[in-house]
Structures are given as C-alpha cells and as structure tokens.
Design a protein around this ligand. Sequence first.
Ligand code: 13P
Ligand code: SF4
Length: 357
Amino acid sequence: MFTASDTLHQHGAAHPAGASGAMILQEMGLSFTPALEREMRPLYTRVADVIPELEWASFAPYIKAINILKKEKNAVILAHNYQTPEIFHGVADITGDSLKLAVEATRVDEDIIVQCGVHFMAETSKLLNPNKTVLIPDGGAGCSLAASITGNDVRALREAYPNVPIVTYVNTSAEVKAESDVCCTSSNAVKIVEGLGVPRVLCIPDEYLAQNIALSTDVEVIAWKGRCEVHELFTPEELQQYRKDNAGLKIIAHPECKPAVLAEADFSGSTAAMIKWVTDNAPDKVLMVTECSMSDNVAVENPNVNFVRPCNLCPHMKMITLPKVLEALVYEREAIEVEAHLAAKARHAVERMIELS
Ligand code: 13P
Ligand code: SF4
C-alpha cells in the first residue's frame, strides 16, 4: 500500500537529485486505470469541453497524486487565472488575479504554499509569509515586465524625479518593490494612484498600464518602458476584424494592452474583473483580449457563453505543469527566498497596496 511518505523517503531522501513526475507516479502506483477514470469522472465532466479525453488520461493520475500529497504535506496551491485548466480546475485551492492571490496569501494556514504562476507572484507570497515555505514549480517562470526594470533603474528614477511617489506594478522583482513607495495591480491601480493625494506619480514598469491609468485620472502619470510580451501583441485592427466576423461580439480587454486596443473594447479590467464581467453579463459571444488559457478556465463556469479565442500564450505561465507541481511537492522545490535587506522594504510596499485597496 502506497503512502506519500514512502515516496518522499524513496526519492526525496535516497535520491536528492530527484525522480521525474512520471517515476513518482509509478512509485505511487498511479496510472489511468478504469477505477481512476471512474473516480475522476465528475471532475472530467466539468472540464471536458476544454481538455481532450486523450490529454485527460495523462493528467488524471497527476491530479490525484498532487491532491494526496497536498493534504499530507499541509500545502495549499495558489493558481493565477492564466494557468492551464488541468491546474486551475484540477489542483488549485485558490485561484485569482494578482491582487486576490496576494491578499489570499496573507490568510493561508497551511505550512507550504505552492504558487502556480510566475516568479514575482511566488516572491510576493513569500514577502507576505516570511515564515512559510513558498514553492514555485519552475523558478525560470519569469515575466517580461519584471525583466524590464532593475533596482538601479528605480534609484535613477528617484534621483531624476525627487519627491514623486513611485507606484510599482506587482509584476516586478522584490528588489524593485523594495525601492518603491507602494505597489499596485491592474485591479487597484487608479485607486492607489489617486489615494496618494499628489499631483504626479511614477507608474512603473508597464508603459501601457501607465497610459491607461492616465486616461482614468487627473493625476499626472510618468511611465517606464516595460511591456507585457503577451498583451502588446494585440492590435486595434485585429479586434475590428473580429467584430466584423462575429455579429454581436463583446470584447473585453486587459489594461496591459495598448490604449488603442482598449478603445476597441466594451470593457477593460484585471483578469478577475474580466471574469466577473462575463459572469454578470453572460454575453452570447465574447472575446477576452488576454492570455489564452483564461478563456478555457472561464468557459468551464460559463457553458452558455461562446468564446472567440485569439490564442496568445504566456510562455512563462506555461512553464508550470502538473509533473512539475508534483515534483515541487515531493522535493519541496524551488523554495523562494528573499534577501532580508530587501524583504522588509518590499513587504511594506505590498502591504501598503493591500491597505489602500
Ligand atoms: P492580473 O491577473 O492581476 O490582471 O494580471 C495579469 C497578468 O498579466 C499577470 O501576469
Ligand atoms: Fe508577465 Fe505578461 Fe506573462 Fe503576465 S502575461 S506573466 S505580465 S509576460
């Protein structure tokens, strides 16, 4: 009879380099047997429209294994809305946008947080839970926005714009957050900017988010030149074409898109706000101008909505897979650490955001 502790003993202790997810499944005696197929059928029925049966046969044993180990190790899985449906619907305990994940990270009781998302999200969870183990299944899952700016850049901005508060998108490293006055996400950016009560702010690093904030406030917004490599691909012309091709289409867009793209949309907001919009409005046909997996995840809960899908994938988000989540739990890797001299200052910027929002 298998127990997860056996697996940990056999692989974690005896083979520190680690066995692959497939080998762990083998040790756990898990494969897609008729019994497992029957046990997992209620879950598959929910996701059948977005996960082909052939893929389900390989996902189901991982989902079972991860859910066993999660309990045994007192771990919680936080997953961003851009995670694939098998992670989002199969193993996540808490799902949401960047703000919700940051807020929920302050409330978890479990000893281990597994962050299914990108590195800055895991780092934010660690900042808010310095005494917990925070794991990211692939530490290489970055973000083009986070990569666009360094602590040195922020120090140079501070010198160039003395007395102008620095509002930093959470899509940044702890080093950049530590140099900032307050963080923001796409759900609270305007509120944070206006909440500071000043005539001028720096909004870094997302140039388009800053331009979109500027259109919604009288506060003067100075931008940096970072871009989301997924959202910058959308163009107003393609959205116009989608409208022509799909009568009655509603278009909702993420504020990391350029202002000209948002001008073509019926609504714009964070990923959570976009999901709420679909749920509240139940449109016949909708195009979500954002990362590709989100439409799949939302379609599961909204079977009567027809999703038109331009598929722009975030390569960083897609680095997180079920085998890597399983390996993360078994070997407790990759553990996030934030240098003490940065952590307190970075935490302050995130906590100030949570207070202001
Ligand atoms: P939100 O989920 O906060 O809208 O962020 C979108 C995003 O690109 C995260 O990487
Ligand atoms: Fe970064 Fe864009 Fe990917 Fe989000 S979707 S993690 S902002 S690159």
